[in-house]
Design a protein around this ligand. Structure first.
Ligand SMILES: [Zn+2]
Length: 145
C-alpha cells in the first residue's frame, strides 16, 4: 500500500478522495447534531461539507445531496423538517424550514439496468410499497477510515 505519492498538483485524485471522505464525515456529524436537536450545528456541518466539495471540485453524492435543502441549506430529516409524500410515482419533498418543494421521480432501484422498460400494458399496480429507505440508514462501517 505504499503506492500513494504526493504530487504537487492540487487536483490529484488523492485530494478528491480525501475531500469526499471529509464530506461523508461531516454529514455523519450533521446527522448526529440534528438528532440531538441542534439544527444550527447540523447546518453548519452541511455548509462545511458543501464548501469542501466546491473547493476540491467534488460533487456531493446523490444520497447526501438529497439530505440538504437546495434552497436554504438545511439538513433534512424526514419527519422533522422534511415532509416526504409519494404521489403518482413521484416523491414530493417539502422543506419545512423554508417551504421549498421539489419533486423527484421515485427511485426504486438505483441500478442502471431496467429503467427503460416502461410499457407494462397500462397496468398499474399500486400495492403499498414498503418505503423504508427514508429514515436514512445509519452509517454501517463506522470503524472504517
Ligand atoms: Zn429549505
Amino acid at each position: 500500500m505504499g503506492e500513494r505519492r504526493q504530487r504537487s498538483g492540487r487536483r490529484s485524485r488523492d485530494n478528491a478522495q480525501i475531500a469526499s471522505e471529509r464530506i461523508a464525515i461531516l454529514f455523519t456529524e450533521a446527522e448526529r447534531a440534528s438528532r440531538q436537536g441542534s439544527d444550527a450545528l447540523s447546518e453548519r456541518y452541511v455548509s462545511l461539507a458543501r464548501s469542501i466539495g466546491m473547493r476540491y471540485n467534488v460533487r456531493l453524492p446523490a444520497r447526501l445531496k438529497r439530505r440538504v435543502c437546495q434552497k436554504c441549506g438545511a439538513f433534512l430529516v424526514p419527519g422533522r423538517n422534511l415532509r416526504v409524500r409519494l404521489r403518482e410515482g413521484k416523491t414530493i419533498w417539502t422543506c419545512l424550514k423554508c417551504g421549498s418543494v421539489s419533486r423527484k421521480r421515485t427511485v426504486q432501484r438505483p441500478t442502471t439496468a431496467g429503467q427503460s422498460a416502461r410499457e407494462e400494458g397500462g397496468r398499474e399496480k399500486k400495492s403499498g410499497e414498503p418505503v423504508s429507505r427514508e429514515a436514512g440508514e445509519p452509517v454501517g462501517k463506522a470503524g472504517n477510515r
